[in-house]
Ligand binder design. Structure first.
Ligand code: SF4
Length: 323
């Protein structure tokens, strides 16, 4: 583009510069005093590093070098000075600046937008750039302008996911625990502490979730957890003995080799026993129904076959079949 521009307007734009990537563009323009530039200068400022061939609209695959080499090979095949001697194709076009309509965003609006993504104090503003904006305040401005949405803030989404996770853990009737690669507890619910006994319950009071405690402090046999950590997958319906209770355990991998979760049900708990009895009774009723239906089907089939045979005997004795 720069080359073509200098070909077509040799006098005006004798100098062309191209810069790509937002940081490079910023470095180029920061503190620029246009008066200090001598003569006309054409600046090609490209947001994507490497230019359009590395932009979001390009086809997948191939390194930047390959794409660049493709473009230069293509350009090399074009007739030299095509534009100058009139053999090339001219594509004239005119654009009117569309202008950017922006309004002043008040401090109150910024604060309100920040609260929307859980940022109530300066400390909450992490300015991590995960949303694509330089700072939380830039992001808040974009929120007010309707150019961004809360789900773009990674910190907010992470906190939301954690809250949902904790709410689920808290309300589930079974004991639940997650452990890291060192078998340290990452999170657990009160039912887990209750299952593990008095000591665990006491620790839970001061350190909710038992975060950071070693699992083997409360659960005697941790081999199943180790196995799932190393092999991934899950083990279900395993029986463990924890603090005198017989427990049905389902252990599963949440993140291979890093995070394992477990749901533990105390099958000696009267409430659990009652539930199991109800479930077993339902199973027996369903089985009975299936058996009755099968018997009825066989009886019906047998009766119709018998009827057919008897009818043919009657016909043969009454001479209906001509004998
Ligand atoms: S992702 Fe969230 S925390 Fe990070 S800069 Fe953007 S708004 Fe701030």
């Amino acid at each position: 583009m720069s080359k073509t521009l200098s070909l077509d307007s040799e006098e005006r734009f004798a100098r062309c510069m191209d810069v790509s990537g937002i940081p490079a563009v910023r470095d180029t323009l920061d503190g620029l005093d246009p008066k200090s530039i001598e003569g006309p200068l054409f600046l090609e400022l490209l947001a994507c590093e490497g230019g359009c061939i590395n932009g979001p609209g390009t086809t997948d695959g191939g390194s930047l070098l390959q794409r660049r080499s493709g473009v230069t090979s293509f350009a090399a095949k074009a007739p030299r000075n095509a534009l100058r001697d009139g053999r090339g194709t001219r594509l004239p076009s005119r654009w009117q600046p569309a202008g950017v309509t922006s309004r002043e965003v008040s401090e109150a609006e910024i604060r309100k937008a920040l609260r929307q993504v859980g940022k109530r104090s300066r400390e909450d503003e992490l300015n991590c750039g995960g949303c694509g904006y330089d700072s939380c305040r830039h992001f808040a401005r974009a929120l007010v302008a309707g150019r961004a949405e809360p789900a773009m803030c990674v910190a907010y989404m992470r906190r939301l996911a954690q809250k949902k996770n904790s709410a689920l853990l808290k309300t589930m009737p079974s004991a639940a625990v997650t452990v890291d690669a060192n078998l340290r507890i990452v999170e657990s619910n009160r039912n887990f502490a209750r299952l593990c006994g008095e000591e665990a319950e006491q620790v839970y009071e001061t350190s909710p979730g038992l975060e950071g405690a070693m699992l083997d402090r409360f659960v005697p046999h941790t081999e199943l957890f180790q196995a799932v950590l190393h092999q991934g997958g899950e083990v279900t319906d395993k029986t463990l003995r924890i603090n005198g209770a017989i427990v049905n355990a389902s252990i599963f991998s949440i993140e291979d080799h890093h995070l394992v979760g477990a749901i533990l049900q105390d099958i000696t708990d009267p409430a659990m026993r009652k539930q199991q009895i109800v479930e077993k009774s339902k199973e027996v009723i369903d089985k009975n129904l299936q058996t009755v239906q099968q018997i009825a089907y066989l009886l019906g089939e047998n009766a119709s076959e018998t009827e057919l045979i008897l009818n043919s005997i009657v016909r043969s004795f009454s001479g209906e079949d001509g004998e």
